[in-house]
Ligand binder design. Structure first.
Ligand code: H79
Length: 437
């Protein structure tokens, strides 16, 4: 039995690696957080942060009327930015569903939107060869049988607390299964499923572990409906993807000592939902560097947009997406199909390497432009040709160059023999991040 079990585990690992192939090639996706919180325009956790009751939150349901919603435009912007997949909040913690679900009336059909907002979105992205993914919140602040706990909080008022005692979490879990089934059987091929989030109980704190969610049974159902879906790991059991959010790891993420498939989830400005007054927007430069840093550590970047209540990307988001797209058009060769460079390649300061194993090309991303020379220790004789990626202009190389020290005429011969020196143009090329291929 033990051996069979081990065999099954090994098979699961092979299947997972097979499923992940497109994912680790494509590297860059669009996250979309869209729900009633777009109207409050002050963070998707506002209901909890502000202790709002169902009744107080209901005004957003009554006023959700995205009259300018055109998913073709969204998909165009994602394609222009170089994004190859998307993940959209079918339901966030607030419980509002973007699709025509039969399991709750709290959905777009019954809001002033009066239509299924999910279906045309998925088809617009698929039309542009962008793979599609669904985010589904395990938390549900609206469902009558969802129970809160300290790890899955809603800063509820007294009334909510009183009701909470009569709740039957098992009924909520059946709802979770039913909605998952709807999404994975009535909306075509779905490439990614992103559950969010669960934290198991720990000493002194209530929580919800894999037993509470019935994670194993849930994953079996998911695999039956969509055998190739990439599932994240927030169900308290192993998945295909590890998804740190708003956190950039120091190196390739390891689980039990082994490098895993991972995806950095980031926002433009801090909030995931549309936040009108947020001033902490990252620049195009920062976002491009963030993507490069992620791929240099073997990960993907899922970059979030929070569309407005009228159904548009606001202009700050459009500006960033277009800016990233300008860089990607000329540099996507250093992103798609790339991963971390072999460890023998020591990366110079303020640079990041990515590497394409199928072409055996190395990409040096220069975050801070040095004066004239870039010395690569240990590279002498190893590089056949070097060029700036954006304009294919040659970068001349000096192999085994001797390095001048401060004292005129004295040479530092210690590392000279294995140094490769790149002769850079004095002026930084006019691109967000120059890349030497
Ligand atoms: O959808 C976006 C966020 O709204 C959602 N995930 C991204 C993709 C998210 N927000 N917070 N979290 C996931 C984790 C929440 C952690 C906390 Fe807590 C909730 C910190 C404080 C309240 C749970 C309870 C952990 C500590 C106390």
């Amino acid at each position: 039995a033990l051996q069979l079990n081990r065999k099954a585990q090994e098979q699961e690992r092979l299947d997972s690696a097979q499923r992940a192939k497109w994912f680790t090639h494509d590297r860059f996706g669009m996250y979309i957080h869209w729900g009633l919180y777009a109207l409050g325009a002050r963070h998707e956790w506002m209901r909890s942060r502000e202790f709002l009751s169902n009744e107080q939150y209901d005004k957003y349901f009554k006023h959700f009327d995205p009259d300018l919603y055109d998913p073709e435009l969204w998909a165009d912007l994602a394609a222009e930015a170089g994004m190859k997949y998307m993940v959209v909040t079918a339901k966030h913690h607030e419980g509002f569903c973007l699709w025509d679900t039969k399991l709750t009336a709290y959905n777009a059909m019954n809001s002033p939107a009066k239509r299924d907002l999910l279906r045309p979105m998925l088809s617009a992205f698929r039309d542009r060869d962008i793979r599609t993914g669904l985010y589904y919140s395990l938390l549900d602040w609206h469902h009558p049988h969802y129970t809160v706990d300290v790890k899955h909080p809603l800063r509820y008022n007294e009334a909510f607390l009183a009701q909470s005692k009569e709740r039957d979490f098992a009924q909520y879990v059946e709802f979770l299964f039913g909605q998952t089934k709807e999404l994975l059987s009535e909306y075509g091929k779905v490439d990614v499923l992103f559950y969010d989030f669960s934290i198991a109980a720990e000493a002194g704190f209530e929580g919800k572990g894999k037993e509470a969610w019935q994670s194993e049974r849930l994953v079996r159902m998911i695999r039956e409906l969509q055998p190739n879906i990439m599932l994240n790991d927030r169900l308290q059991i192993a998945g295909d993807i590890t998804t740190p959010e708003q956190y950039q790891p120091r190196e390739w993420i390891k689980v039990n000592g082994e490098r895993v498939v991972w995806e950095a989830c980031h926002t433009f400005s801090g909030s995931w939902g549309y936040y009108r007054d947020e001033e902490s927007w990252k620049s195009i430069d920062m976002l491009v560097q963030m993507m490069i840093d992620t791929v240099s550590k073997g990960g993907n970047l899922l970059l979030n947009v929070g569309p407005t209540g009228r159904g548009e990307f606001d202009e700050r988001a459009v500006d960033r997406l277009k800016g990233i797209g300008v860089w990607m058009r000329r540099h996507n060769r250093s992103i798609y199909g790339c991963t971390a460079a072999p460890e023998e390649y020591a990366c110079p300061q303020d640079c990041r390497f990515t590497y394409n194993p199928s072409t055996n090309r190395l990409y040096l991303h220069v975050f801070s432009w040095p004066f004239k020379h870039l010395h690569l220790y240990g590279f002498s004789g190893k590089i056949a040709y070097a060029q700036l990626l954006h304009d294919a202009s040659e970068i001349r190389m000096v192999q085994g160059e001797q390095e001048m020290t401060m004292e005129a005429g004295a040479f530092n011969e210690g590392r000279a023999a294995d140094t490769l020196t790149l002769e850079l143009p004095v002026k930084k090329p006019n691109v967000t991040v120059p890349v030497i291929e």
